[in-house]
Design a protein around this ligand. Structure first.
Ligand SMILES: Cc1ncc(COP(=O)(O)O)c(C=O)c1O
Ligand SMILES: [Zn+2]
Length: 394
């Protein structure tokens, strides 16, 4: 039995009964899952109770939306290592610097989290055909989990999506549609042509964010029951940022933590920074970024349906949004490889570039516990890594 109580619109607070298929609220707001946290608190009084649970995100099953175990589609996603960045810590004068290595997820990125939970719910609700607009990593994860669940999948990707993502989707049996333009154009085409395909776009279905929120539970557990002071997150559609914030809120209701929260820092690319612009302008919503350009495919998101939620999180947490150049991201990729032995993606490199800026600009003192979210493996970005060896090509 699950502990799901109802769904609730993040914009107008209208409530919806569980067990039905939903996309957005009629007002256009995303729906969030709400749990009976009093009941969860009784069965799971603290993180100590998790010791015997599997080393996957399903260890947090009491705060996940699935009702029947038989619905779960899992390949061991989540509970990725939180690694102390020993050499970088020393170099930067930041002794408590950690990175969360999301490359260890099936399909090599943190998108596996959201899609494991979303496909489990799709199976539970009897959905047969699922589709997604994606910059690449979410498409690969959808194709993998849908295949495993025996569902049909279609992915709508920009033409210039990294080769690895294009190949894996075809190999995993998804119908692949290449679209000129960005992920926003992919989403539009899916909604025009999608017909019977259930739309799995970021925040347009309620369950991907539930998978992403487990990053907050894990960070807390892996720090020995502590909330970090700072989280740096490469931000596109924002599910991770919004999900982690939801996770911390739930942990407070569960009595695991108090009111303290990490400062949340959103990193975007200078070539596509709608949230940075909206944050700096004091706006409540973002405006579409025209001609988005960056080597970090996952950050090429010109407009996000959850922009108002991200901006709220950044302000409530006393964090901020900042943009970094592609060159600085790639320097970050190189430095991670040279100092920590890890081949991360440009989005991961962006977190290091952002951290250096935050230190240089005096936003951090050096005493904080900082977690960088390294959201995907660099091995899926071979074109970018090759260009890194031959800088003239960039
Ligand atoms: C590697 C990587 N990092 C970060 C992101 C941004 O994630 P979100 O849409 O949750 O902000 C993506 C999205 O495609 C991604 O693939
Ligand atoms: Zn609503």
């Amino acid at each position: 039995m699950g502990n799901l109580s109802h769904l609730e619109c993040a914009r107008c607070a209208k409530q919806f009964e569980p067990g039905k298929i939903y996309n957005l609220c009629p007002c256009g707001g995303p729906l969030f899952v709400r749990y009976d946290l009093h009941r969860v608190r009784a069965i799971l009084p603290g993180p100590d109770g998790l010791n015997s649970q599997p080393p996957t995100l399903w260890r947090y099953r009491p705060v996940l939306p699935v009702t029947h175990d038989s619905s779960i589609v899992s390949m061991g996603e989540g509970f990725t290592p939180l690694v102390h960045a020993a050499r970088l810590s020393e170099k930067l004068g930041l002794p408590n610097l950690y990175f969360k290595d999301e490359s260890r997820n099936p399909t090599g990125s943190f998108k596996a989290r959201g899609l494991s939970v979303a496909l489990s719910m799709a199976r539970e609700l009897g959905i047969k055909k699922v589709a997604i607009p994606s910059a690449g990593n979410a498409a690969g994860a959808l194709a993998a989990y849908a295949g495993r669940a025996g569902l049909e999948a279609a992915v709508f990707m920009p033409e210039d999506t990294p080769l690895a993502n294009r190949l894996e989707c075809a190999l995993l049996g998804a119908e692949v549609v290449f679209v000129p333009g960005s992920i926003k154009d992919c989403g539009q085409l899916l909604r025009e042509r999608g017909g019977a395909w259930f739309d799995m776009s970021t925040l347009r279905e309620p369950y991907r964010v539930e998978g992403k929120k487990t990053m907050a539970y894990e960070i807390f557990e892996q720090l020995g029951g502590r909330v970090p002071d700072v989280i740096v997150y490469p931000t596109g559609g924002g599910t991770g940022l919004i999900g982690m914030w939801k996770g911390f809120e739930e942990m407070e209701h569960l009595g695991w933590i108090g009111t303290a929260r990490p400062r949340m820092f959103a990193v975007q690319a200078t070539g596509c920074a709608p949230i940075v612009r909206a944050f700096a302008g004091g706006a409540e919503r973002g405006e579409e970024w025209l001609r988005p350009e960056t080597v970090a495919a996952g950050l090429r998101v010109p407009a996000a349906i959850g922009d108002f939620l991200m901006l709220r999180v950044l302000r409530e947490s006393r964090g901020l949004a900042l943009a970094v150049e592609d060159r600085a991201m790639l320097d970050g990729v190189k430095e991670f490889a040279e100092t920590e032995g890890l081949v991360t993606s440009p989005e991961g490199g962006a977190t290091l570039a952002a951290l250096k800026r935050l230190l240089a600009d005096g936003f951090l003192s050096g005493y904080e516990t900082v977690v960088l979210l390294l959201t995907a493996t660099g091995y899926k970005y071979l074109e970018v890594l090759e260009a890194l060896q031959h800088p003239r090509k960039i």
